[in-house]
Design a protein around this ligand. Structure first.
Ligand SMILES: [Ca+2]
Length: 395
């Protein structure tokens, strides 16, 4: 009896190890050194030399940023703080007036967008995880008026559904060339992404005051009228393409199969029926990665890069990068500690020519990338000791 007991004491952790090696949560990592003070100089493939420097350090899991017309920068931290950088200095006091935010899992304060007429109306839009009565969190969208260091008149415009579990809570927002506000909602939950009565796994489209545009694709059907496109897994990039005027979106596949999509009205992007990716167990999601009647991605990452944040460069400071797509990576190939910045070059038909991985040695989870009004590129590293980084040409 004693022998059996000692055997089971030995076997239990062994069984646990075998089981956990097949689970999604198993951390396979390379060590990540703390980010130094920089700056760092890089040779790159097409832009001769660049310098990367720290604009603000000691940020707590920063998630998204927006430049204001008066030269300030607003940024969100996932644990529920909205911060402001004025004249290059981070205000130690967060903006007040935010709603109550649930931060478990991958939830928390997420994306930020300014109203196209922010200079006159001061309206700031935020996505966040709203704590719900069932104890779980729902992706939600709120708007408020920024006055000094306070967000006033805050109200929810969209509150989606809360399901058991702490995944699929991510959301992004962006104004389109049509002046409508687009919001993505995570849908890596069984059966929501194809369900027209669910707001999860979708891109939603509303007016700036939260009302429903009459030309939304599912108005007057057995559907939620906010829905614009369906079949999305976990969107972590959404932008108005600055040249074409299209809405571009990217979403994380499971184990492989991150994809960039060009959104079309009423389009079905296939999740969970088809994907280029695999389950975390290694099984294929579907026999064929796409099929007739579903929208196929413009671009796929195999292995996955855990894409997050997206911008198309249009400035004059990096002439060789004009028209290139920049996407943050949280980790590559399912290995933590491999985050970086990716640059993708297209031809004039939006067909991919080449990709370059940048800043790989920093090993930071790049959560957001945006072009500043000064024509430089800015990145947020989503770490407990996160930072705002700036990339400039070295002349
Ligand atoms: Ca898809």
């Amino acid at each position: 009896m004693r022998a059996i007991r000692s055997l089971s004491a030995f076997a239990y952790p062994l069984i646990f190890l075998l089981v956990s090696s097949h689970s999604q949560a198993q951390p396979v990592s390379v060590p990540v050194p703390p980010l130094s003070d920089g700056p760092w100089i890089y040779e790159t493939a097409e832009q001769p030399r660049i310098r990367v420097s720290v604009v603000a350090a000691n940020l707590s899991n920063p998630w998204a940023m927006a430049f204001t017309p008066d030269g300030n920068l607003l940024l969100t931290e996932r644990p529920g703080r909205l911060r402001i950088i004025r004249d290059g200095e981070l205000d130690p006091q967060p903006i007040t007036g935010l709603p109550e935010i649930r931060i478990e899992g991958n939830g928390g304060l997420q994306d930020i967008a300014l109203h196209p007429e922010f200079a006159s109306n001061r309206l700031v839009y935020l996505t966040y995880t709203k704590p719900m009565e069932n104890g779980w969190g729902a992706p939600a969208l709120a708007v408020g008026r920024l006055e000094g260091s306070a967000l006033n008149d805050v109200r929810d415009l969209i509150v989606t559904e809360a399901y058991e579990g702490n995944s699929g809570l991510n959301s992004r927002i962006a104004f389109g060339s049509d002046g409508k506000l687009y919001m993505s909602t995570g849908g890596n939950i069984e059966s929501t992404a194809q369900d027209l009565m669910s707001l999860r796994g979708k891109v939603l489209r509303i007016e700036d005051d939260g009302s429903i545009p009459a030309d939304n694709p599912f108005v007057n059907r057995a559907a939620r009228p906010e829905v614009y496109s369906i079949g999305h897994r976990n969107t972590l990039g959404l932008m108005l393409h600055p040249v074409t005027g299209e809405m571009w979106q990217h979403e994380n596949g499971p184990n492989g199969g991150d994809e960039v999509n060009i959104l079309v009205r009423g389009g079905n992007y296939g999740w969970p029926d088809v994907s280029f990716g695999r389950e975390y167990s290694g099984n294929r999601i579907s026999e064929y990665p796409t099929r007739e009647g579903l929208e196929s991605p413009l671009l796929v990452w195999l292995p996955a890069i855990a894409a997050s944040g997206m911008t198309v460069y249009t400035g004059d400071r990096f002439p060789a990068w004009q028209g290139n797509l920049f996407v943050g990576s949280l980790r590559q190939g399912g290995i933590n500690g491999t985050g970086h910045l990716q640059r993708v070059v297209f031809n004039e038909e939006n067909e991919e020519l080449r990709r370059e991985s940048l800043l790989t040695d920093l090993r930071q989870r790049v959560r957001d990338v945006r072009q500043g009004p000064d024509g430089l590129l800015y990145l947020l590293t989503d770490e407990e000791q996160g930072a705002l980084l700036r990339i400039e040409p070295l002349e």
